[in-house]
Ligand binder design. Structure first.
Ligand SMILES: Nc1ncnc2c1ncn2[C@@H]1O[C@H](COP(=O)(O)OP(=O)(O)OP(=O)(O)O)[C@@H](O)[C@H]1O
Ligand SMILES: [Mg+2]
Length: 528
């Protein structure tokens, strides 16, 4: 391996090709991480980023080429094997076990080479995790079930888990996709500190500004090949976006306002027919305090109603109520004039389509094909069914149309949802939600993990649904996204209640205060 700056890379890929059946996901890729370096990996959804990192962390094996550890060829037999040799990865989709406590998750899969549970006392694993958390200033509820914690905390647990033992290289696959604006700078401080201790860091993100701010080196993948490698100081967002999408596509149209298109959807005209979604005094009880309390709002056809807020303030519960997944403890919820029973089927039949926050557990059936996944929303429609029989050819044709329309990168309608890249899985979820002209769309963090082009596409798709009369509830922790898409009102959710409902043109610092719980009296802002 050619040496750069006189240091041998901690880990390197040399001439790596990886095929899945007939499909080549990576082709002759070179990549290296040096001590103290933060190396960003960029590329569109499906470019091969996660695949490359899965190879470096022992989850996958290359079809051709080799991996070098400190300059010597190595073959990782498993992620535990890679972890033993100092390579840790924080995955795009967390690998935590939700019902187990934080401590139990940290002990899970403790690699034998780290001493095994016998020679490497449980106490020591936990003590080290605790002292690391202290060093980073993290307050972790060690005995709480992981599934009950906000994603930002879950990610910290993933980081602590990846840092067990003697990690030299730490790979982060889209770590900021699940973080709030306040959590991201904290993560960056952590990454800088870890690099400062001589570790090598790989950082995957679709947010070009983040990549430029944080990393030293940037590698860009396009359709499985390295198309650019540069120092962050010598490039800018436009050049990077161009490298990502290639010369045949217009990159400049994709990078307005930090990957979020700034144009506002048209002002809603409230038709005489009244609200498509009507919520009054909605409450969901919790153990210590209510999870939702006294929420009232109405959304008209053609309106995008934005709901901002830091994750963990009731977004999940609100989305679950609006999807019919949980029954509110009190309050009224109407879709048009219907009051559907609290079941997802009843809500779907009333015209509610949901883009859930967690595509892997809620959005998709990973072992099933795209046709089967996309059929989930329409299997009771007469167009796709005769009596008990599903009309598979029609469902397949519909899938092929949606694949084209939503630019889903997959080998075909029969591809398993599991085999798609993270961003392409999200496109499937969105295609299914919007395909059947829903009356109400509940979108929760709809662009999490998408590349710049795909974000622009999803925003256009939501605006398209709005223009054709859907009432859209956009719940997102991306403040810029909420502000740019909301037609005229943004509510801020704090500890289960609205701390304010403001115009999307309001000053950011004012919205920031509401996000922190400073309430603001909004005359007549409730159901209107
Ligand atoms: N197990 C698999 N079987 C078949 N194809 C796969 C498999 N894993 C990945 N692929 C394909 O390889 C390509 C690269 O996927 P990968 O997950 O590496 O993309 P990515 O760059 O991480 O994208 P994203 O930004 O969306 O996460 C995709 O087209 C994907 O469908
Ligand atoms: Mg990925």
């Amino acid at each position: 391996m050619a040496e750069q700056g006189g240091t041998i890379p901690l880990i390197a890929a040399r001439g790596i090709t990886r095929r899945f059946g007939a499909f080549t996901a990576l082709e002759r890729v070179d990549f290296a991480v040096r001590p103290g370096e933060i190396h960003a990996l960029l590329g569109e959804n499906g470019a091969g980023k996660s695949t490359l990192m899965n190879l470096l962390s022992g989850l996958l094996r290359p079809s051709e080429g080799e991996i070098l550890l400190n300059g010597d060829p190595v073959r990782f037999r498993s992620p535990a094997d890679a972890e033993r040799q100092g390579i840790g990865m924080v995955h795009q989709h967390f690998l935590l076990v939700p019902p187990l406590s934080v401590s139990e998750n940290l002990l899970l899969g403790t690699a034998p080479g780290m001493g095994g549970l016998l020679s490497y006392p449980i106490r020591r694993v936990l003590d080290e995790a605790r002292s690391l958390a202290d060093r980073l200033g993290w307050r972790i509820p060690w005995n709480a079930p992981v599934g009950s914690l906000p994603v930002g905390t879950q990610q910290r647990i993933e980081i602590l888990k990846a840092l067990r033992g003697v990690t030299r290289v730490l790979i982060f696959d889209e770590p900021t996709a699940v973080l709030t604006p306040t959590e991201t700078p904290e993560l960056f401080d952590t990454l800088r500190r870890l690099a400062g201790e001589g570790r090598g860091i790989v950082f995957i993100s679709h947010k070009l500004d983040e990549v430029l701010a944080l990393s030293e080196t940037i590698t860009v993948l396009r359709r499985g090949r390295v198309v650019a490698r540069t120092r962050a100081a010598e490039t800018d967002a436009r050049s990077l976006a161009e490298a990502m999408v290639g010369p045949d596509r217009e990159a400049s149209s994709l990078i307005q306002d930090g990957a979020v298109s700034a144009s506002r959807a048209g002002q809603a005209t409230v038709p005489a027919g009244g609200a498509a979604l009507f919520v009054e005094n909605l409450a969901v009880a919790g153990q210590a305090r209510p999870l939702l309390n006294g929420l009232s709002f109405a959304v008209s056809p053609g309106e995008i109603f934005g709901i901002a807020g830091v994750d963990g303030n009731g977004q999940g519960e609100l989305a679950d109520c609006l999807a019919g997944l949980i029954r509110p403890s009190s309050g009224t919820l109407r879709i048009g004039n219907d009051q559907p029973a609290a079941s997802p089927g009843a809500f779907r039949r009333a015209g509610v389509a949901v883009i859930p926050a967690d595509r892997q557990t809620r959005g998709l059936a990973l072992p099933l094909s795209l046709t089967e996944n996309l059929a989930l929303g329409v299997y009771d429609s007469p167009v796709y069914r005769r009596g008990p029989l599903l009309l598979w050819p029609a469902l397949r044709r519909r899938t092929e149309d949606l694949i084209r329309q939503y630019d889903i990168r997959a080998t075909g309608a029969g591809a398993l949802a599991r085999s798609l890249s993270g961003g392409n899985q999200q496109k499937v979820v969105i295609a299914r939600a919007l395909a059947e002209n829903p009356r109400v769309v509940v979108a929760v963090n709809p662009t999490r993990g998408l590349d710049v082009g795909a974000i622009a596409y999803v925003h256009a798709a939501l605006r398209g649904a709005q223009a054709s009369g859907a009432a859209i509830v956009l719940i997102s922790t991306e403040l810029e996204e909420v502000l740019s898409l909301a037609t005229h009102r943004v509510a801020v959710l704090y500890e289960g209640a609205f701390s304010g409902i403001v115009s999307p043109d309001s000053p950011r610092d004012e919205i920031g205060l509401l996000m922190g719980g400073k309430t603001r009296e909004v005359p007549g802002a409730a159901a209107r």
